[in-house]
Design a protein around this ligand. Structure first.
Ligand SMILES: [Fe+2]
Ligand SMILES: [Fe+2]
Length: 143
């Protein structure tokens, strides 16, 4: 069983690009978790960790762009959550690079919990606003 599982019915945000980005982040978490469990070498783990940070940060940028474009009222609060996580995950990566090559379990579980919580409690709040405001620019797809 995967460490984290993207479920459209629970995590879908009615936007194909954002859903795909969320899935990519989940995939990146699973790849890092699996490699950590298999005690892969530090170079491999660093690459996977960097990939997780990069896909997370680029997703945040995409999400924030849409929120600004459609003047989402909770933008500032949401952006703060992104900024806090960006700092935490970047610190985790830097600590890993400085350390002995073991990915801390507590970090993996922190990231897992943060992702689920953020998508369900914060991302889902923007769904109606962004979906509704994107109707006339065909940003939305099929749902
Ligand atoms: Fe978000
Ligand atoms: Fe998100």
């Amino acid at each position: 069983m995967a460490f984290v599982t993207f479920e459209k019915k629970n995590h879908g945000v009615k936007n194909k690009d954002l859903d795909e980005q969320h899935q990519q982040i989940f995939d990146a978490v699973n790849a890092l978790y699996d490699a950590a469990m298999k005690q892969k070498d530090k170079k491999t783990l660093t690459k996977l960790f960097e990939n997780l940070v990069t896909s997370t940060v680029s997703h945040f940028v995409a999400e924030e762009k849409l929120m600004q474009k459609y003047e989402y009222p909770r933008y500032a609060t949401h952006k703060k959550e992104h900024d806090d996580l960006t700092k935490q995950i970047t610190d985790m990566l830097n600590n890993f690079i400085k350390g002995n090559g073991v990915v801390a379990q507590t970090h993996l579980y922190f990231i897992k919990d943060w992702l689920y919580k953020h998508i369900v409690q914060s991302d889902l709040l923007y769904v109606d606003h962004i979906f509704y405001h994107s109707l006339d620019t065909s940003q939305h797809r099929d749902q």
